[in-house]
Design a protein around this ligand. Sequence first.
Ligand SMILES: Cc1cc2nc3c(=O)[nH]c(=O)nc-3n(C[C@H](O)[C@H](O)[C@H](O)COP(=O)(O)OP(=O)(O)OC[C@H]3O[C@@H](n4cnc5c(N)ncnc54)[C@H](O)[C@@H]3O)c2cc1C
Length: 399
Amino acid sequence: MSERIRADVTIVGGGIVGSAAALFLCRFGLSVVLLERGLCGAAASGVNYGGVRTQGRPVSQLPLALRARRIWERLPEFIGIDGEYLASGHLKLARSEADLHSLQAYRERVREHGLDLHLITGRAFREAYPWLGDRAIAGSFCAQDGHANPRLVSPAFARAAQAAGARVIERCEVTQLEHTGAGFVASDGRGLEVRSPWLLNCAGAWALDVARRFGDSAPMTSIHPGMAVTEPVPRFMDVNVGVEGGGIYGRQTERGNCVMGGSRGVGKGSFYAQPSTVAMEQLCRDMAQLFPPLANAHVIRFWSGVEGSLPDHQPVIGPSPGTPQLLHAFGFCGAGFQTGPAVGEALAELVHLGRSSAPLDAFSMDRFAPDIAQSTPAAAGSRPRPPHAPQARLTEERD
Ligand SMILES: Cc1cc2nc3c(=O)[nH]c(=O)nc-3n(C[C@H](O)[C@H](O)[C@H](O)COP(=O)(O)OP(=O)(O)OC[C@H]3O[C@@H](n4cnc5c(N)ncnc54)[C@H](O)[C@@H]3O)c2cc1C
């Protein structure tokens, strides 16, 4: 069967970013087709650690992260479920005086940007977190951060977009993409063809395959964070925990499983990744040391995932340097679950309003292509609305 669809916007990639963009575009009244190679929310967006934290973000990402926080706090209004989102707070641990100084400096730096952090040291720290091992000497607490279940949240964004009017097509790999001069044409090589004036590249770690069709590129590589989860144990960890300098992070679900992350896994081809055995052994040792109640807990699963990363640890979000009405959003460097909903909202704003409420300049693709940037007048986040911005509703033609 062949099918031709016309829409205002085509989105490649049904992770949390593409699905959130679809949802917000529908809320603006635009017609959307979301094309996903596998199942929506099954790639990085569904296998991640589930950390929903603003603490530790670079200053440039705070407006987006704080905007995302407002969505997380009202999640059921957007996606119909709470996604096990828990505003538990996020505690970043210091294991040395140098770590503590670094946490203090960060707190000063982000205060004026609206991030309110509370340093806890000495006896107050021990009394507040008696379940932590001796290596932790202090912590920086962000009360509004938390964690959620990515397996529930990310597919729910796609379902919410569908309920809001988006045409969501799963098991549909976009293999052909072009701009005809009149607009974009995306097809799967099996008879499906989608035409639209706008194209959103939300293809995660595979986004360069899309970008390169239009002469765009960025130095993205794939990373594979290592993850583990224990059997359910009696509740003790009432906050989402990270460590200054990285290495290990942990959270406990309502039903008692402790989800741990740390180190990097190994890519298995382009689509899959598995944790490294040596790194997981180390993670288990670190886990028992940092969280003594887990010393005898069984780990019931190890896993990893595929995520795009860029050298400056900032994503690419915004217009293509060379192709009007093509927007990219990828390379979240292991931290795009929290910001994903706000990235989707920003993309929708760029399409509908011609600008995003959150500043996106730091994420411009131009930073990797200065020669292209010089010939491109508009900057991310402030691009004027094109004269032929879409108005038409979605129409379908079936052969
Ligand atoms: C193990 C792990 C732990 C992480 N932990 C956290 C965390 O605690 N907190 C946090 O904020 N972030 C975390 N992240 C990062 C976060 O998961 C990602 O940044 C975020 O999910 C990226 O969302 P996305 O929609 O851009 O990409 P993805 O979820 O990867 O979605 C991209 C989608 O595009 C589809 N696609 C690609 N090419 C095509 C094509 N040609 N045609 C059709 N579809 C296509 C793919 O199938 C995929 O479903 C973690 C990531 C991993 C892997």
